[in-house]
Design a protein around this ligand. Sequence first.
Ligand code: PBG
Length: 336
Amino acid sequence: MTTPLNIAAFPQARLSRLRQQDWLRDLIQEHHVQVHDLIWSIIVRDTSLPATINTMPGLIRYTVEELPKVITDAHNLGIKAIALFTAIPFAQKCNQAKLILDDQSLLYQAIRTIKAACPDMGVISDVALDPFTAHGQDCLISDGRVQNDATLAVLAQAAVLQAKSGADIIAPSDMMDGRVKVIRSALDEHGYINTAIAAYSAKYASSFYSPYRDAVNTNACLGRADKKTYQMNPGNGREAEHEVMADLAEGSDIIIIKPGLSYLDIVKRISQLTPAPVISFQVSGEYSMLKFAAANGALNYEQALMEQLISFKRAGARAVITYAALDAAQIMRSQQ
Ligand code: PBG
């Protein structure tokens, strides 16, 4: 006679049951990253600057001339939108950020070139003064203080020039108060009623931006200065809701949260607060951390990248801006 099994000793709920086969794991997977979730963050450079920088391994800053091929190749890989930034030499910067209002300058050449080569590539164009100011701040400064309202006038004009050059979405990234409203009004007045605004509503004063500041040549301009009087305090969560509500009321169509990984709680919070699309930005420092860690054998770049990208989706982001979009697109293609 066999001893009866002590049923009570066995767990009946075994969550691991559904993890035993690949097909079953795939079948019940809740979230997915697809190539059309990715917005490729690209930096266009003046020809006097080198293509690469030490603090962002693998990143190439492109010249305007290189854009038609690069953008067409990305589109062929399935990338449908880019977030555009520009790097100019110090000699072209000034305290008034004059170049942002020159429609013959690098930024506007880049937008027109991209749209001419690949009209279907969505162009999300950054509107902020920092790549163009000699002091490296995102705004006009006088008497050592941020001139919020004077900056708004420049942003509005720049947004109109960008729309005129072909930008589909205007992305104000400077955290000035009231910028969405003036940009929306200026776009509408000039007939660009369908040019959308994606506001960087909750943008934190973060150390993870440092490699980007190398890439657009602003670290040297900033010196020891920071942006804590206008970018958000990392210690605040609810304040992000306040920022987002203000930007939505001013007419922002899309909300961007930045940086990414350290602020997934904010992505979650905001995606629950508003039905408007929320986009997360995996910023330069996050990209570089992955690259440097992988280069030193600490982790596998491809796997770690895809795990991070899915975490943005899980937190509630509709899309992710990333410097690694091409890498991710290639990884996904190779897994098909
Ligand atoms: C500022 C701006 C920043 C980034 C893009 N535009 C932040 C900053 O320099 O304060 C950061 C992007 C990144 O780190 O990838 N307008």
